[in-house]
Structures are given as C-alpha cells and as structure tokens.
Design a protein around this ligand. Structure first.
Ligand SMILES: C[S@@+](CC[C@H](N)C(=O)[O-])C[C@H]1O[C@@H](n2cnc3c(N)ncnc32)[C@H](O)[C@@H]1O
Length: 384
C-alpha cells in the first residue's frame, strides 16, 4: 500500500475519527440495525454465553445506541449488562431507550474499550458486535478482555467476513433495510478490516484464549468468533467449580423463605435442587412399567419447619453437593435438578437458598432423610 493510502486508512481508523463518525450517525445507524438479520446475529452470539451463575455479568463493548445490549437483556433474564462506548451521541440514545427499565440490569459507561474500567476477573461474558474490526489497538483490547473476564468467562465477537461485494444479498428477497445494512457494513469494513474464520481463530488463540472457535454468521457476511479465558493449569475441577460458586452469596443465618416468594427475591432464571432419582437410570433404560421419581433433599429448621435445599446456580449446587458427599451427608442424592424459578410457588414448602454446609452443621443439621417429592416433568432439561 502506498504512503498516502496508508495515512488515509490510519486516519479513518483512528479512535478520534471513529468517535466523530458515530456521534453523527445515530438515527441512521439505529434505523439500519433494527432489522431481523442483525437481531438474529445477536441471538447467535448469545448461544455462546458461558453456563452462568445465578446472574450473568455481561459487558457489551462498543454498545453503540444499545441495540445489542438491549437484545441480550431480552434474550436472557439472568443478564446484568454493562454497555460501554466512547461515543456520547450513541450513549445518550442508549440511556433514553432504557429509561424506566429495571435499573439494576443495565449500566451505561462512556470509555475506551482498549482500557476497560472494570476490575480483574469480574465479568462472565464480553460481547462485541461490529467493533473489533475497527479498533486501532486490537491487541490491547484482547489483553483487556482477558484481564476483566473471570476464568471460564467468554469473549464473543462478530465482525465482517472477508468476501466479495454482497451482490447476492441485493438479489434476494430481503427487506431494503437488510440490504442497506449489509452494504453499509461492507463499505465501512473496506476502510477497516475483514476476516476469515482462520484469521479470527488464530488471533484469539495468539492472545491467550482457550476453547476458541469461529463460525460463519449473518448469512456468510460475518464471522462469529469465541474464546474462553483459561483456568489456572494447576486447578482441579472442584476448585474451578468453587471459584465460580464463590462469586455468589451464601446463606449463613439459615432464614427460610416461603417458596411462593422465591421468584421475586432471587436473581437469575433457575433454581437447582439436590435430588434422589429412582430408579437411578436414564430415561431410555426404563422398562414400560417404570417411571422416574424425584425426591429432593430437605432439612428441618430449628423451629421444626421443613425446608427444601435450593440453589440459585449450578456451581453453587455442585459445590454444596461435593462438600456434603465428602462429609458423608446426603446419602442417595444422585442428581442436581434444574427448574425455572417460576415453578417454585407450586412447591408448598419453605426453602433455604444457597446454604453452606458449615452453616447447616452449625445449626445441628442431621441427615433426616426427609425428602420432598418434585415432578421431573416440571424440570428444565439440561443445557449446561
Ligand atoms: C458499528 S457500532 C456497533 C454498535 C453495537 N454493538 C451494535 O451492534 O449495534 C461500533 C461502536 O463501537 C464504538 N467504538 C469503536 N471504537 C471504540 C473504542 N475504542 N472504545 C469505545 N467504543 C468504541 C463506536 O462508537 C460505535 O458505537
């Protein structure tokens, strides 16, 4: 490339020019991206979120006017989102469009995403739709993502694919808005960068991400790439589960809660119970006259009230089960069962949420083998 065009492309790609541009195109950008293809690509990205604790702390980098952030909030009720962008114009619109929505689920931050204003190991997932490709300091950005993600946390990016003029999208039945969005993406990426699947995977691996994959998105116009922050090599599986579980509060005063109140007072979508399944075999191995029965672990509080042991995340439940089994409690429990928390009011029983084994032992917990029968048909079948 000759010197002038090099200088031109560096000027166009500079953070100042990018911010200047996005400050001025908000209404047009908003109109263009409010189309089914764009929204579908955000759904694709959300498939790569990591298995969450009760709340998934999501950082949407280059959030623009918040279209991407709002979609992620809609797609997952367990998301607490931070949207960050350096364009004041974009953020003003983002804030306006979320006025009146629950305050604790979305936070807007103005800043440069190559210097993230977040503590180390504090975020479960980072999403960047159409932003990595325009960054002047891409290596700095990837390094920052590794710093703020917790081990096991994921970076999920969507960028323009290396390909020819999108003639086919002009010929297809897509709405005019889709055609214009793809054309604009193609034109803007001419001034920045486009990637092959291999290139994006190589970049994430070189930066230090693990379990990297890249796949076609946006009907071949985009590359969706994903990487995971590795765990420390000497950590056992039990230590990893504990590390994730420790990000959520436990209950040490063992206050019981009526199941009917649980959906209101807990965050996240799900509840996890410790269950004894009989017969202990997979559904396909059942004989015609057999059916599965689930009995969930309970304990009696000091005032004699029987309580179901319930956990707001899979890591919390697994951590409790591991320590209980090692201490010879919970004989017969062979499963962690997952339910939508909206099912809880149908269980007429009090609950202990996220208890620790130490707290139960201190309260004089014995294995009373009293169980509470729950309906397996009401459970969520596993995605984690
Ligand atoms: C193409 S828009 C994507 C917006 C949004 N993710 C979406 O899907 O609609 C790119 C955004 O990245 C922001 N951006 C680019 N470089 C940035 C940087 N270094 N720091 C913060 N924001 C940046 C721009 O201001 C712009 O709003």
């Amino acid at each position: 490339m000759s010197f002038p065009s090099n200088l031109l492309s560096r000027t166009i790609a500079s953070p100042r020019a990018t911010r200047f541009f996005f400050d001025r195109v908000v209404p047009l950008y908003r109109w263009l991206t409010n189309n089914p293809m764009w929204l579908g690509s955000l759904q694709e990205m959300s498939r790569h979120f990591p298995p969450s604790t009760s709340q998934l702390r999501l950082l949407d980098v280059g959030c623009g006017h918040g279209n991407s952030t709002r979609q992620f909030l809609e797609l997952r009720s367990d998301v607490e989102a931070f949207g960050i962008d350096f364009s004041a114009g974009m953020l003003t619109t983002a804030k306006r469009m979320t006025e009146g929505s629950p305050q604790d689920r979305v936070h807007w931050l103005q800043g440069d995403i190559t210097r993230l204003p977040m503590p180390d190991n504090s975020i479960d997932a980072i999403t960047g739709h159409s932003v990595y490709y325009m960054l002047a300091d891409q290596a700095g950005f990837l390094g920052e993502c590794l710093r703020v993600l917790r081990p096991g946390g994921r970076l999920i990016l969507l960028d323009p694919a290396q390909r020819n003029f999108p003639l086919d999208v002009l010929r297809t039945q897509h709405a005019i808005r889709v055609k214009l969005a793809v054309l604009s993406w193609h034109t803007v990426s001419l001034m920045h960068q486009r990637f092959t699947l291999e290139e994006m995977a190589r970049r994430l691996e070189a930066a230090g991400f693990a379990r990297v994959l890249s796949e076609n998105a946006v009907e071949g116009y985009g590359v969706l790439s994903r990487g995971e922050k590795p765990y420390a090599e000497d950590q056992s599986t039990i230590e990893r589960v504990q590390q994730i579980a420790n990000t959520e509060a436990t209950t040490s005063d063992l206050t019981s809660i009526p199941a009917i109140n649980v959906p209101e007072i807990t965050r996240g979508r799900n509840l996890f119970l410790l269950v004894k399944q009989t017969p202990n075999k997979p559904a396909w191995a059942l004989k015609p006259d057999e059916s599965i029965r689930w009995d969930a672990a309970t304990m009696r509080s000091s005032s004699g009230v029987r309580c179901l042991l319930a956990f707001t995340s899979l890591p919390k439940a697994v951590e409790f089960m591991q320590s209980a089994v090692l201490a010879n409690h919970l004989a017969g429990i062979n499963k962690v069962a997952k339910f939508e928390k909206s099912v809880a009011p149908s269980w007429v029983i009090d609950m202990l949420l996220n208890p620790t084994l130490a707290a139960l032992n201190a309260a004089g917990w014995q294995d009373q083998q009293e169980m509470f029968t729950v309906d397996p048909a009401a459970a969520v079948t596993g995605d984690e």
